[in-house]
Design a protein around this ligand. Structure first.
Ligand SMILES: Cc1cc2nc3c(=O)[nH]c(=O)nc-3n(C[C@H](O)[C@H](O)[C@H](O)COP(=O)(O)OP(=O)(O)OC[C@H]3O[C@@H](n4cnc5c(N)ncnc54)[C@H](O)[C@@H]3O)c2cc1C
Length: 406
């Protein structure tokens, strides 16, 4: 009989890990506390480091035309809309070996679920929330709640893919600090593209730099809808248990915040009727990324600030890395320890670079003018080359150079 892995959480990280580990020969049970609504969330940028893995796992063909390959990242100045740089992405496949894609999070999740459904070695238990677990030298026992009923599961190991407020992380790291909630909030909206000014309806990911704030917008679903994310600091306070993805935002507040930006930004914001606010959360990888037969992946291990758009991408990389080390009949605790050690260096770099990118985006006055001059002086080729380590890198750095996950 093949070995059995329990994964707690069927988000992007948990589903991708299930696919990668099923390929490696494991049978998988995924526990998911929700009903798996497919339309949850907004846009996701799927960079080539992640799309390469999704392609290998047969997810990309299922995503199909729901994903859109932008021709460039267009960086503009808030004051007047002047172009600071246009970083070409059309040659992503040639440069990094895989496409740069824009997709609705719900479409990615559907494609992952369809791929999972085609594999008999993966079972999903929905509306089933992990409440406790214990591990011995030979396996793990998990207790969960399905409605009001208790259920238990046994497996060779447990992977906590249970997101930012991970119970598994808390149990592995009782002395860990709480997640760092940044000063900034992301306001997110989806709008019909035909309501936007023509100039803003391009097959690009557009990034507006401004003092203390930035805006990203890009088309989704063949260009029919546009995803807008505006990031700025605010007095908003979040309840400890608030739904991190569903807090409504007041359209008047965001309109006032961007009133002195280029008029096209005002028009963009005015098209959105409904805003959701997302607090930016970062947390360093824990001391105990794994302990014995239990390990963490995705946001449970390392919520990342979104300035490099790597939250989902790094969860996908974690999944591929797990399948490199965790093979049926291996020494499970040793494999999980190797996995965490191999991922830590890359994750810490992504978190560092994301933080730095955020500071650069929000400069004002003379420092902002110097930034714009420096970007222009660098030129497109050298600007794009600054992402080679990320988009063209392997999930486990040098340790994974000659090791494939499937
Ligand atoms: C609803 C939602 C919308 C998002 N929208 C965007 C977006 O628009 N753009 C973007 O860049 N990023 C978005 N993100 C963040 C991005 O998806 C994550 O950075 C990335 O997907 C990490 O995925 P993950 O699988 O590690 O965690 P998550 O996507 O958070 O998934 C964790 C899963 O674990 C489940 N879970 C938690 N606790 C338990 C438990 N005790 N038992 C069983 N199941 C449990 C949760 O229900 C969830 O399905 C969103 C995340 C969520 C949850």
């Amino acid at each position: 009989m093949s070995g059995h892995v329990l994964i707690d959480g069927a988000g992007v990280g948990g589903l991708t890990a299930a696919l990668a580990l099923a390929r490696a020969g494991w049978s998988i049970t995924l526990l998911e506390r929700s009903r798996l609504k497919k339309e949850v969330g907004a846009g996701l940028q799927i960079s080539p480091n992640a799309s390469a893995i999704l392609r290998e796992l047969d997810v990309l063909p299922r995503l199909g035309t729901a994903a859109l390959a932008p021709r460039a990242i267009h960086i503009r100045r808030s004051r007047d809309g002047a172009t600071i740089a246009r970083l070409p992405l059309a040659n992503a496949e040639r440069r990094w070996g895989a496409p740069y894609l824009l997709a609705h999070r719900g479409d990615l999740q559907s494609a992952l679920l369809d791929t999972v459904a085609a594999l008999p070695s993966i079972r999903i238990e929905t509306e089933c929330a992990l409440t406790d677990f214990s591990a011995t030298e030979s396996g793990v026992m998990v207790t969960a709640l399905r409605g009001a009923k208790s259920a238990s599961f046994a497996a060779d190991c447990l992977l906590g893919a249970d997101g930012t407020r991970s119970l598994v992380r808390e149990r592995l790291n009782p002395a860990d600090a709480t997640p760092h909630v940044a000063r900034d909030f992301a306001w997110r909206a989806l709008v019909k593209s035909d309501r936007l000014p023509l100039d803003l309806r391009q097959p690009e990911s557009t990034l507006w730099f401004g003092a203390g704030a930035h805006i990203v917008h890009y088309p989704l679903r063949g260009g029919r809808i546009t995803n807008i994310v505006a990031v700025f600091g605010g007095p908003n306070a979040f309840e400890a248990n608030a739904d991190l993805w569903a807090e409504p935002g007041d359209p008047r507040e965001i309109a006032a915040r961007f009133a002195d930006w280029d008029r096209r930004v005002g028009a963009l914001i005015a098209t959105a009727e409904e805003w959701r606010i997302w607090p930016l959360i970062e947390r360093s990888p824990p001391v105990n990324w794994s302990a014995g037969r239990v390990a963490l992946l995705g946001d449970a291990a390392h919520p990342i600030l979104p300035f490099l758009a790597q939250g989902a991408a790094q969860a996908i990389e974690d999944a591929a890395a797990l399948a490199i080390f965790l093979k049926p009949n291996c020494d499970v605790p040793a494999a999980l320890a190797e996995f965490g050690a191999a991922r830590r260096v890359r994750i810490e770099r992504v978190q560092r670079e994301s933080r730095r990118q955020g500071l650069l985006y929000h400069l004002s006055g003379v420092p902002a003018a110097c930034r714009d001059l420096a970007i222009r002086a660098l030129g497109e080729e050298r600007m794009v080359a600054r992402y080679d380590w990320l988009y063209g890198g392997t999930p486990v750095g040098d340790a994974g150079k000659n090791r494939r996950f499937s």
